[in-house]
Design a protein around this ligand. Structure first.
Ligand SMILES: C[S@@+](CC[C@H](N)C(=O)[O-])C[C@H]1O[C@@H](n2cnc3c(N)ncnc32)[C@H](O)[C@@H]1O
Length: 269
């Protein structure tokens, strides 16, 4: 068990799919278009959201290596209905310990989503060096970048957002997490290693009808604010109650900032 429930990953998948930056996706598809077959490693695949988002955009013959340390999520990912020439192999690995093993063998693309904000600077440095040594392109989607916009506004929103962003930097199993700084740091790191990078926003846009997703996100934020000890339980609970009332009344919208990028080794554009 990783602490990421299949229910949560299933709830967020359509919002992730809508948010994925189309320019970044176009660049991934264009680079791989000439390949007669592609070998993709999906780091921290969860239930297979990246497989489902990317597979229809790639050449027909695909071999995916799906990596996660949660066997239940891996089992769901491999149950994804696939086109005839797409094969998947599930590889249970702890990416903090066994990153190098995950990248073993011939690989045309490393893909990941909603992972980089969980990892430490040390681990991201290691990822960048391991990928650059092999001259593999990296598609990294949906890294949370710290931007939160709530409608209607509430006097406690700023304090909650600050607490959420502080919580994002706590250890998620890879050392102190980069949290909102992850995508910016990763992009700079790959550019320093000679990669060119295409990047773009991939924000969640949650409207008044997205009750379940809004409730889940707001509850998670209240929990994070409480866990980090930045706000009193009374203030956090009162904020959540006001926000839930707005969700129930159909007057609440959220925008949650994310960044996608595609890092391309020099000589492959
Ligand atoms: C936020 S979820 C993202 C899942 C999927 N990529 C998606 O976009 O829906 C983070 C994923 O990282 C996995 N994970 C967390 N720590 C890990 C580790 N040390 N090794 C391998 N996977 C890990 C979790 O099991 C989970 O599937």
């Amino acid at each position: 068990m990783s602490g990421f429930s299949a229910d949560w990953l299933t709830l967020r998948e359509p919002y992730d799919l809508r948010a994925r930056n189309p320019t970044v996706l176009d660049n991934v598809a264009a680079l791989l278009e000439p390949f007669s077959s592609v070998r993709i490693v999906d780091l921290a695949c969860g239930t297979g959201s990246t497989l489902r988002a990317l597979s229809p955009l790639l050449p027909a013959r695909q071999n995916w290596k799906l990596i996660d340390n949660d066997l239940g999520l891996l089992a769901r990912a491999t149950a994804t209905p696939l086109a005839k020439q797409v094969t998947v192999t599930a590889v249970p690995l702890d990416l903090n310990r066994d990153l190098e093993a995950a990248l073993d063998g011939p690989v045309d693309l490393v893909a990941t989503s909603a992972l980089l904000d969980l990892v430490s600077q040390t681990w991201l440095d290691r990822l960048a060096v391991e990928i650059a040594t092999r001259a593999i392109p990296l598609y990294a989607a949906l890294s949370y970048d710290g931007r939160i916009a709530l409608t209607p506004s509430d006097p406690q929103d700023t304090a909650i957002a600050a607490a959420v962003n502080a919580h994002q930097r706590t250890d998620k199993g890879f050392g102190p997490a980069l949290g909102p700084a992850a995508a910016g740091y990763a992009i700079a790191r790959f550019e320093a290693l000679g990669y060119s990078v295409v990047q773009g926003e991939s924000d969640w846009m949650l409207g008044p009808n997205d009750h379940d997703m809004q409730s889940e996100v707001l509850t998670g934020w209240a929990g994070a604010a409480h866990d980090i000890g930045a706000m009193s339980l009374a203030d956090t609970t009162a904020w959540l109650a006001r926000r839930r009332d707005a969700v129930a009344a159909g007057s609440s919208s959220l925008r949650v900032g994310h960044v996608d990028f595609f890092a391309i080794p020099s000589g492959t554009r």
